[in-house]
Design a protein. Structure first.
Length: 104
């Protein structure tokens, strides 16, 4: 069985999730919990084989490589922190928005 990685959700990503929920809740209250659950389930799925998604931006330091996971219509950005056996979720963006070029 593959190793499990622990999840680290950065405050920016938690804020993104809350904003997505609030926005959808205004338009469609019945769909907001479903979309939030879809995003949380996608995050949880990164516990196993987190490197399976596309590299968004790379760096010489393997812990600085950013990966992107499509969760239509959103894109979840994260990095794998191998020494800590962790996945750090950086941000969640709607696919039609300008995507980040740099990450902290």
């Amino acid at each position: 069985m593959p190793d499990r990685y622990r999840m680290i959700i950065r405050p920016e990503a938690a804020s993104d999730l809350a904003q997505i929920f609030s926005y959808i809740e205004q338009q469609s209250p019945q769909n907001a919990p479903r979309v939030a659950r879809m995003l949380v389930d996608a995050i949880d799925s990164l516990e196993i084989l987190p490197r399976r998604h596309k590299v968004h931006s790379s760096n010489k330091d393997r812990n600085r490589v950013i990966r992107s996971m499509p969760v239509p219509p959103y894109i979840l950005y994260y990095r794998v922190l191998e020494p800590q056996k962790a996945v750090e979720v950086l941000t969640i963006r709607h696919g039609s928005r300008r995507q980040p070029r740099r990450f902290k």
